[in-house]
Design a protein. Structure first.
Length: 179
């Protein structure tokens, strides 16, 4: 079958039919771009999870501060109460002064917070001159995140409330042992 000159001319000048799919090179480029994008997204998830863990530990440290303050206040109160009881009973407070209030109290070993293994704290309290039952306290709270230790220090004034023993001392009452 022979084509007429007109048919031959149309076949030469007619546009090529568009391809019905993608070439192999186009598919490889598209898959490479998709893989790079997914790698970036997965990396963002890892960073987000690390920051979430850090935020959780920091929030636990913030939530634990009232318990830390209560514990430090309790320890201060116990030490002062022992000194006041010794004074009321006429014993020496152990510092060479009869019934003297402790000038400085500290716990340099790290104390643990119950239920929070990554958090520890230590404190140092100094009596404020001229104010018998007020202590300026410096508390250091440490926590561990991914093997790195972070810490914050806070200062607080604890005013220990007068007890029955102190009120009796102020009124001049003395303990008299039974005969």
């Amino acid at each position: 079958m022979k084509l007429s000159p007109r048919a031959r001319w149309r076949a030469r000048t007619a546009p090529a039919l568009p391809s019905a799919g993608f070439t192999l090179v186009e598919m490889l480029v598209a898959m490479g771009l998709l893989m790079m994008g997914m790698t970036a997204v997965i990396g963002l998830f890892a960073v987000g999870l690390d920051q979430l863990r850090d935020a959780r530990v920091r929030a636990e440290a913030g939530d634990a501060l009232p318990r830390v303050l209560d514990d430090v206040e309790g320890r201060l109160f116990d030490a002062v109460q022992r000194a006041l009881n010794d004074q009321a009973l006429g014993f020496s407070a152990g510092q060479g002064q009869d019934g003297a209030l402790p000038e400085e109290l500290s716990h340099s070993e790290e104390l643990r917070i119950t239920g929070l293994d990554d958090l520890r704290y230590a404190y140092k309290a100094r009596r404020i001159p001229g104010r018998d039952l007020q202590y300026l306290t410096e508390i250091r709270v440490d926590w561990r995140i991914r093997g790195k230790t972070s810490s914050r220090t806070l200062k607080s004034v604890f005013e220990l409330r007068p007890t029955l023993v102190q009120r009796a001392l102020e009124r001049g009452l003395r303990y008299q042992p039974p005969r």
